[in-house]
Design a protein around this ligand. Structure first.
Ligand SMILES: [Mg+2]
Length: 272
């Protein structure tokens, strides 16, 4: 399907279609980061999108503790975290609204912790994610953030172990995240766009663009036809069934800036 180098239209996204985008949703790790950090260029791209009247929503597997800061300090209108467990949105008065889409309990946290512990035997160097202390609803096993060695096949075995125990589990570029509940990035994004940003579900396919890099973005790639992968998504394609409509030339943050630039140019060029 992706035989050439460079920007590969899998099904393709036209500039005409991009001109109608009202909200740009994006994954964080591997998508707006470069070598594990957020370059100023990514934040500048978010600022330009907002200045052009395009809503910016981060949609990530990162924990509530991180997302609290992102919602307050970053140039985003909202952040959906822990793979759809919650949305923290900036209100018109500058305060932060917090909507929760998960149910959690001490028992569920304990069970997730036991399950995560049991996955560590599946490969050498798997570890509890360093950001687990700031999570409310899910738990994460690190296979590629602070550890080296585990492969994507190892991550898949971790995911399958959680799934066999009745948890939902998704793999990002660095972690396998697991939780109890029926939410994911897509179910929460769809609700938030409708309820907080007045983009009804029926309008979302034409009004929303998304960019991500990993299997935990699959629900978004499946839901939104104006979907992109940064170049790094290619390494996950064999593990994915839902794929982005188009893959950027650039890796990580460079791919994010590339697609943000296309959105801005398309919007500028549209007839008044
Ligand atoms: Mg990612």
């Amino acid at each position: 399907m992706n035989s050439s180098n460079g920007s590969t239209p899998v099904s393709g996204v036209t500039d005409d279609a991009l001109a109608g985008v009202k909200a740009f949703l994006f994954d964080l790790d591997g998508t707006v980061t470069h070598d594990g950090r957020v370059p100023a260029a990514s934040l500048a791209a978010m600022e330009r999108l907002q200045a052009a009247g395009i809503l910016t929503l981060a949609v990530t597997g990162r924990p509530a503790g991180w997302c609290d800061l992102i919602a307050r300090w970053w140039p985003v209108d909202a952040v959906i975290g822990e793979n759809g467990a919650f949305c923290f949105a900036r209100r018109g008065d500058g305060r932060i609204a917090r909507d929760w889409f998960c149910e959690t309990s001490d028992e569920a946290r304990t069970r997730l912790g036991e399950l995560a512990e049991s996955t560590l035997e599946l490969a050498d160097n798997l570890a509890p994610a360093a950001d687990n202390a700031w999570r409310i609803c899910d738990i994460a096993v690190d296979f590629a953030e602070d550890v080296t060695g585990p492969t994507l096949d190892d991550a898949e075995r971790v995911r399958a172990r959680f799934a066999a125990a009745g948890a939902v589990a998704k793999t990002s570029s660095i972690h396998v995240n697991a939780w109890f509940g029926d939410h994911d990035k897509k179910t929460t994004a769809t609700r938030v766009l409708a309820d907080r940003f007045s983009i009804p579900e029926a309008d979302q396919p034409a009004s929303v663009a998304y960019i991500g890099d990993a299997p935990n973005d699959e629900p978004m790639f499946a839901a939104f036809p104006l979907s992109f992968g940064v170049a790094g998504v290619r390494r996950f394609l064999p593990h994915m069934t839902a794929r982005p409509a188009e893959i950027a030339t650039g890796e990580e943050a460079a791919g994010f800036a590339e697609i943000a630039g296309r959105l801005l140019a398309a919007r500028k060029a549209r007839p008044a």
